[in-house]
Design a protein around this ligand. Structure first.
Ligand code: GRG
Length: 316
């Protein structure tokens, strides 16, 4: 099957000989899913005593962002036979984990950034001490939230999700990637292998968990989980290559965070190794590989196919 993207975030697939011409409107899909996720996130944390910590957690969690990880999780759960309701607690947890990693990444001890998602960073508003604790609070609450709030899913599936999230966050995932990233700063000769390690762990691990956890919740078959995992690994790396490109080509306003930060911090990036054009080409190749993994699902995979295309066409 050939799945053909067109412009304006609309997917116009040509489906075998029957030629059913269905247009998928990604902009509408993303807007609708974002509203659902925002509502669930807003409801997930109430402000109680000690107010300051809940306010700091909510400040970053509700600061916007594309909500790509929760949207991917909902999409794969639906694709493999589950429902939005089954996946929403995990989707929220993924955003809590992602947000806490951004809070900690922005700290003076790490990337030292003043802006994130177009707003002052958490430590700029609440101070470093509270920002560290807000990150810790979001991380632990993410696991509580999955365990306590997931409904109509078998307990063993929930357990698998918890284990998968734990692995994605820890030294085998985000933490490991961040450690190698910090160690590589200012080093002029970072190999492609090291760069891949950093991003497979720092960015790819949580994106993969987002995609695979949706399938786990829906009790997808091992073969389908494998397909989802390959899809996610490809979009994860493409996502980071595009991130590196945008750091050079987009403005601070477009990004909602300081542009050209990688160059300033002398970070190794894909454009620095391959150049801009080859980086774009490589990202596109990975997206094509990702989409090929989902051909077996036919029309049902259109949201994920469109999301994969969005990764290379996005401007922030
Ligand atoms: C996870 C325990 C724990 C600690 C954190 C700081 C750290 C360890 C890891 C860094 C992880 C990190 C910041 C990776 C970058 C991932 C990335 C590409 C972020 C941007 O994601 P988008 O574009 O952002 O989806 P929005 O704002 O749209 O959600």
């Amino acid at each position: 099957m050939v799945l053909m993207p067109n412009t304006g975030h609309k997917i116009n697939p040509m489906v075998s000989k029957s030629q059913i011409d269905t247009t998928f409107d990604l902009s509408t899909y993303l807007a609708e899913r974002k509203v659902l996720v925002e509502k669930a996130l807003d409801k997930s944390i109430r402000i109680i005593y000690p107010e300051k910590i809940y306010e700091a957690m909510r400040y970053s969690l509700l600061a916007g962002g594309k909500r790509l990880r929760p949207i991917l999780c909902l999409a794969t759960c639906e694709l493999t036979g589950g429902t939005i309701e089954m996946a929403m607690p995990t989707a929220c947890a993924l955003e809590m984990i992602h947000t806490m990693s951004l809070i900690h990444d922005d700290l003076p001890a790490m990337d030292n950034d003043d802006y994130r998602r177009g707003k002052l960073t958490n430590h700029k508003v609440y101070g470093e001490d509270i920002a560290i604790l807000a990150g810790d609070g979001l991380l632990s609450y993410a696991f509580e939230f999955v365990a306590a709030q997931t409904k109509n899913v078998l307990p063993q599936q929930v357990l698998q999700v918890v284990a998968r999230l734990g692995k994605a966050v820890g030294a085998a995932g985000l933490v490991g990637g961040q450690v190698v990233d910090l160690a590589s700063e200012g080093i002029s000769e970072v190999s492609e292998e090291t760069l891949n390690f950093i991003h497979i762990h720092k960015t790819g691990a949580l994106l993969e968990a987002s995609v695979v956890c949706g399938g786990i919740l829906a009790t997808a078959s091992p073969t389908n989980l494998e397909r989802l995992s390959h899809f996610a690994k490809n979009i994860g790396l493409a996502f980071q290559i595009v991130d590196d490109i945008l750091d050079i080509t987009a403005t601070t306003e477009e990004l909602g965070k300081t542009a050209r930060k990688d160059i300033e911090a002398q970070k190794a990036t894909y454009p620095a190794i391959w150049g801009l054009e080859a980086s774009r080409h490589q990202a596109q190749k990975l997206i094509e590989n990702a989409k090929a993994e989902l051909e077996v699902f036919g029309h049902k995979a259109m949201p994920l196919i469109a999301l994969a295309d969005y990764i290379t066409s996005r401007s922030n």
